[in-house]
Design a protein around this ligand. Structure first.
Ligand SMILES: *Cc1c(COP(=O)(O)O)cnc(C)c1O
Length: 839
């Protein structure tokens, strides 16, 4: 065992010599983890290695913040209730070019890097697309040397772990922090007071000006935890600051002295509940008081932190919009708008107009959904009780806003009703989307179609008032995680053929077009795909005990389970394929492996029933000797970032089949196409832009358009006609209805049948069924022509350049933030003098 080496940290940032790394790992194991190599278990080695890698980020991290401070640059703050980061170690290794040396060092210790990497817990502080977008955006901000910080909540329990019991989803708590989290730095000195409840006191100053004070409120503390976010092959390391709730007094002495020890401890536990758990529903507005508390908690702490940093450097609050831009990821953090107003008015005694000018120039809002049930609103009564001063301010924002509207459009009461922040129908509610639009300089949709629909429908009245405000910024994904890291086989091949600049400049993939017809390259491309499929087959064998055959077509739908995403349409297709095989009328069908995965919100019963149906159908098909050689269906449990990284590189076909007009963008669609899967998709969200880029002939497009869906709705859509007139569809539906897949309980799926046939089929599954089957036939035919398929797959990867999140973030920087990159030179010395007091 090695002696403690006081110079170990010096060595750490000097070289990539495996001997030095090995010594550092040993040092960390002994002096940080407190184990020796003989008693260390694998997880200890994971943590030791993580600390060694983290050490290499710290100097860069500090230097990054020093150079932001020195340059006086405009700062970007990304506020999000979710960050679906996944694992960090491999990402950090690749970003700082440290992976190969670490692999070698571990080998000398008798350890396998891949195995160690696989032990890291996912940081699953998000539900799905929205949270993953936040993580991709942080990665790109750092890679582009932009001065950005993420703010969110350090949930003790992130997204639940999904397991299957008797084919049904069960939710298990995921305590991702249990084995320790080497990536975070607790900052016990960075603590802010957060208030709830109480009342508002009005008073006059000596000059007779009226002011307000929020008093008698309960108090909770927010404590910071920092996670470094390294950019790829750059010195920039940005920060993700997450807040954890603490009780304001460990022991309320008064209570304690009165002998009320338990009450004191109970109150402590109650306060700390705030950051206990992520709400596991990605669509419906939660409407729970605790959720609103979480929102205000992290917004208030973040704004206090942002203003503290600002005032360290600048004096006039009027300069805020010049030096700060705040992006609101959906309406979840939109209480920040009245919160900044409150601080400027009540604490700094600014006049309303000045405060409003500052506020409105500082915030920007990203909308993620058009679904009415997902547009957040809070009862006025709740807001008044929890945040009485904010409610007053919201009323005043609304009053002034509606006044200006009245001047522009006199006597239009209906218009005022639609634009009002307050929904006056029934019990009054605060519409957070209206608040976010009114309080922001820019509002963006996340794909061209989504933005068009925002302008034409959801925010049409706002758009008329200010045609400049709503802009489009199509989502993107980071090529670091979703190709370079997830798909070694393909990224290795790309490196050989076009170099590796694409990792930072994804438009370089265009150069693959030249090889699309090259039969040798086609073979190598498809060999990489085959290797990925074999790897996934090994994993499903290992973890699920299921065999899948890498020589079949891998047909993949992985995403949250939701009726609008139409996993049911996929199931109807699979049943149809099964019937055709059993009838002996599918001789040309290429052998398929149908993979599905995704979590259902615990309270979303229909989604859970869909998971059960998928598994019930799979059980019948997989056990039928007639269909087994041609068809296998598997539900992969616990879809998260790490399973996504295993599944996506292995996909041949990507199912993106939402009802047109309902998927704001999608990002799973981009990940799959980037990895060489062909999309079978509706004209929805970013599918439309993907199709434009890859070319119609390399995309299996089907189904009603958003316009056609809307028209059909207006003209009275009747799913029963499809049920009666399409014999194959009727047969599939009747099999479900009559218990073919649930012989022990033929009634199990009545609710699904009712929804599809009797209750109007809101998501138009039956209307798109036939077109979907036909598009499946086209895919089947193309797959039979190996060269043609390979060519199309290559052209998919080649055309995905503009779906890099680097492009997305550049769009934000240019159209919304007005921020510029701050590249900085290497300067890594501990203890360098600096005139600022840290972060
Ligand atoms: C990308 C991603 C999503 C979003 O997928 P969509 O198909 O766009 O809905 C959800 N969950 C995870 C784990 C992801 O990586």
């Amino acid at each position: 065992m090695s002696e403690f080496d006081p110079d170990a940290f010096e060595h750490d940032y000097r070289g990539t010599d495996p001997d030095e790394i090995q010594r550092s790992i040993n040092n960390r194991l002994v002096y940080t983890i407190g184990k020796d190599p003989y008693t260390a278990v694998d997880h200890d080695w994971l943590n030791a290695l993580s600390y060694v890698v983290r050490d290499r980020l710290i100097e860069r991290w500090m230097e990054t913040h020093r150079s932001y401070y020195r340059s006086g640059t405009k700062r970007i703050y990304y506020l999000s209730l979710e960050f679906l980061v996944g694992r960090s170690l491999n990402n950090a290794l690749l970003n700082i070019g440290f992976r190969d040396s670490c692999e070698e060092a571990l080998k000398r210790l008798g350890l396998d890097l891949e195995e160690i990497l696989g032990m890291e817990h996912d940081a699953a502080l998000g539900n799905g697309g929205l949270g993953r977008l936040a993580a991709c955006i942080l990665d790109s901000i750092a890679t582009l040397d932009l001065p950005g910080t993420g703010y969110g909540i350090r949930y003790e329990y992130g997204m639940f772990r999904q397991a299957l019991e008797e084919n049904q989803q069960v939710e298990l708590p995921e305590s991702w922090l249990k084995a320790g989290n080497p990536w975070e730095f607790p900052r016990p000195e960075v603590v802010y007071k957060i208030h709830f409840g109480g009342r508002v006191m009005e008073y006059q100053d000596k000059k007779g000006r009226r002011h307000h004070d929020w008093i008698d409120a309960e108090e909770v503390l927010a404590m910071a935890y920092d996670t470094p976010i390294p950019g790829y092959h750059t010195e920039t390391v940005n920060n993700l600051r997450l807040w954890s709730a603490r009780a304001s007094h460990d022991f309320d002495l008064a209570c304690f002295n009165r002998g009320n020890y338990l009450k004191a401890v109970e109150e402590k536990a109650y306060s700390e509940n705030l950051s206990k758990v992520l709400y596991p529903d990605d669509r419906a507005s939660a409407n729970q008081e605790l959720r609103l508390r979480q929102q205000y908690f992290f917004v208030s702490a973040s704004l206090q932190d942002i203003l503290r940093r600002f005032l360290q450097q600048y004096e006039s609050l009027r300069q805020i919009p010049e030096h700060i831009t705040i992006q609101l990821n959906d309406t979840h953090p939109s209480i920040a708008i009245p919160e900044l107003m409150r601080i400027l008015l009540d604490k700094y005694k600014l006049e309303w107009q000045q405060a409003w000018k500052i506020t409105q120039k500082t915030f920007n809002y990203t909308n993620h959904t058009l679904l009415p049930e997902a547009l957040e609103s809070w009862p006025v009564e709740l807001m008044e009780r929890l945040l009485p001063r904010h409610m007053q301010i919201i009323f005043e924002i609304n009053r002034r806003f509606l006044l200006t509207v009245t001047h522009l459009y006199p006597n239009d009461m209906e218009l005022l009703k639609r634009l009002s922040i307050i929904d006056e129908e029934g019990a009054r509610r605060v519409r957070m989307a209206n608040l976010a639009v009114i309080g922001s300089r820019r509002v963006n949709g996340v794909s061209q179609l989504h933005t068009d629909l925002l302008r034409q429908q959801t925010f049409a009245d706002f758009h008329r008032l200010d045609p400049e405000r709503i802009v489009n910024i199509t989502n993107g994904i980071t090529p670091r995680r979703w190709l370079n890291e997830a798909n070694h086989n393909l990224s290795g091949l790309l490196r050989n053929v076009i170099g590796h600049d694409w990792v930072k400049d994804l438009s370089q993939l265009e150069r693959l077009r030249a090889y699309a017809n090259d039969s040798e390259f086609q073979q190598r491309f498809m060999l990489a795909k085959r290797a990925n499929k074999a790897r996934l087959a090994d994993l499903t064998m290992l973890h699920l005990g299921s065999t899948i055959d890498p020589y079949t077509l891998f047909d993949v739908q992985v995403k949250r389970i939701h009726e609008y995403k139409r996993q049911l349409l996929n199931v109807l297709r699979v049943i149809t394929l099964y019937n055709r095989i059993c009838d002996g009328i599918a001789p040309d069908l290429v052998p398929r492996t149908i993979l599905l995965g995704g979590k259902a919100a615990p309270g979303y019963l229909m989604a859970k029933l869909i998971i059960r149906l998928i598994n019930d159908v799979a059980a019948v098909i997989n056990n039928d000797p007639k269909s087994a050689p041609q068809l296998k269906m598997l539900f992969i449990p616990n879809y998260d970032v790490s399973t996504a990284c295993d599944i996506i590189p292995a996909a041949d076909l990507s199912q993106q089949i939402s009802t047109a007009g309902m998927e704001a963008s999608g990002t799973g669609n981009m990940k799959l196409a980037l990895n060489g899967a062909l999309t079978m998709g509706t004209l929805d969200g970013a599918n439309i832009e993907i199709r434009e880029q890859v070319g119609e002939e390399n995309f299996f497009c089907f189904g009603l358009t958003a316009d056609e869906i809307a028209r059909k709705r207006q003209n009275g859509y009747d799913p029963r006609l499809h049920h009666e007139q399409d014999a194959e569809l009727k047969r599939a539906l009747d099999m479900i209805d009559q218990g073919y897949f649930s012989p022990t309980n033929p009634n199990r799926y009545k609710a699904i049948l009712r929804s599809l046939i009797d209750d109007g089929d809101h998501f138009m599954v039956l209307a798109d069924y036939r077109a979907y089957i036909q598009s499946d036939e086209r895919a089947n035919a193309l797959y039979r022509d190996k060269a043609a398929w390979a060519r199309a797959a290559i052209l998919n990867t080649a055309a995905m350049g503009s779906f890099s999140c680097d492009r997305t973030v550049n769009d934000y920087a240019r159209l919304v933030w007005g921020a510029v990159p701050i590249p900085h030179r290497k300067s890594r010395r501990i203890g360098r003098k600096s005139n600022h007091r840290g972060e």
